[in-house]
Design a protein around this ligand. Structure first.
Ligand SMILES: [Zn+2]
Length: 73
Protein backbone atom coordinates (compact mmCIF):
# COMPACT_ATOMS: atom_id res chain seq x y z
CA UNK A 1 0.00 0.00 0.00
CA UNK A 2 1.08 3.58 -0.59
CA UNK A 3 0.51 6.60 1.56
CA UNK A 4 0.34 9.88 -0.33
CA UNK A 5 1.17 12.77 1.97
CA UNK A 6 0.15 16.01 0.29
CA UNK A 7 1.31 19.17 2.00
CA UNK A 8 -0.69 21.72 -0.05
CA UNK A 9 -3.90 19.73 0.43
CA UNK A 10 -3.04 18.85 4.05
CA UNK A 11 -4.07 15.25 3.50
CA UNK A 12 -2.57 11.80 3.86
CA UNK A 13 -4.31 9.39 1.52
CA UNK A 14 -3.86 5.61 1.61
CA UNK A 15 -3.90 3.75 -1.73
CA UNK A 16 -3.27 0.33 -3.14
CA UNK A 17 -0.27 0.30 -5.50
CA UNK A 18 -2.61 -0.60 -8.34
CA UNK A 19 -5.02 2.30 -7.81
CA UNK A 20 -5.68 4.29 -10.96
CA UNK A 21 -5.45 7.46 -8.87
CA UNK A 22 -1.80 6.79 -8.05
CA UNK A 23 0.30 8.65 -10.64
CA UNK A 24 2.99 6.72 -12.52
CA UNK A 25 5.70 7.16 -11.69
CA UNK A 26 5.02 8.14 -8.13
CA UNK A 27 8.01 9.61 -6.32
CA UNK A 28 9.07 12.90 -7.89
CA UNK A 29 11.42 15.73 -7.03
CA UNK A 30 8.86 17.54 -4.92
CA UNK A 31 7.04 14.44 -3.65
CA UNK A 32 9.80 11.84 -3.22
CA UNK A 33 9.38 8.24 -2.16
CA UNK A 34 10.19 7.50 1.46
CA UNK A 35 10.69 11.06 2.67
CA UNK A 36 8.95 14.42 2.62
CA UNK A 37 9.81 16.98 -0.04
CA UNK A 38 8.44 20.42 -0.78
CA UNK A 39 4.94 19.19 -1.64
CA UNK A 40 4.84 16.00 0.44
CA UNK A 41 5.90 12.45 -0.23
CA UNK A 42 5.00 8.81 -0.84
CA UNK A 43 5.48 6.10 1.77
CA UNK A 44 5.23 2.35 1.28
CA UNK A 45 3.25 0.77 4.12
CA UNK A 46 1.86 -2.69 4.78
CA UNK A 47 -1.39 -1.90 6.58
CA UNK A 48 -3.97 0.75 7.37
CA UNK A 49 -2.61 0.86 10.93
CA UNK A 50 0.95 1.48 9.77
CA UNK A 51 -0.26 4.17 7.37
CA UNK A 52 -1.90 6.05 10.22
CA UNK A 53 1.31 5.84 12.26
CA UNK A 54 3.42 7.14 9.36
CA UNK A 55 0.92 9.93 8.62
CA UNK A 56 0.92 11.01 12.24
CA UNK A 57 4.71 10.90 12.43
CA UNK A 58 5.48 12.64 9.14
CA UNK A 59 2.66 15.13 8.77
CA UNK A 60 0.48 15.35 11.89
CA UNK A 61 -1.34 18.42 10.61
CA UNK A 62 -2.71 16.45 7.67
CA UNK A 63 -6.07 14.66 7.66
CA UNK A 64 -5.74 10.88 7.17
CA UNK A 65 -8.18 9.30 4.76
CA UNK A 66 -8.39 6.06 2.81
CA UNK A 67 -8.72 6.52 -0.95
CA UNK A 68 -12.37 6.47 -1.91
CA UNK A 69 -11.60 4.52 -5.11
CA UNK A 70 -9.37 1.69 -3.94
CA UNK A 71 -9.91 1.44 -0.17
CA UNK A 72 -13.67 1.72 0.12
CA UNK A 73 -16.08 -0.52 -1.71
ZN1 LIG B 1 -6.63 4.81 -4.45
Amino acid sequence: MLLNIDKPLRTSTLHDETCSHVPQPYGTQYKPLGTLGRDGGWFAVSSNTEAKVVAQREFPQGAFKPCQYCQES
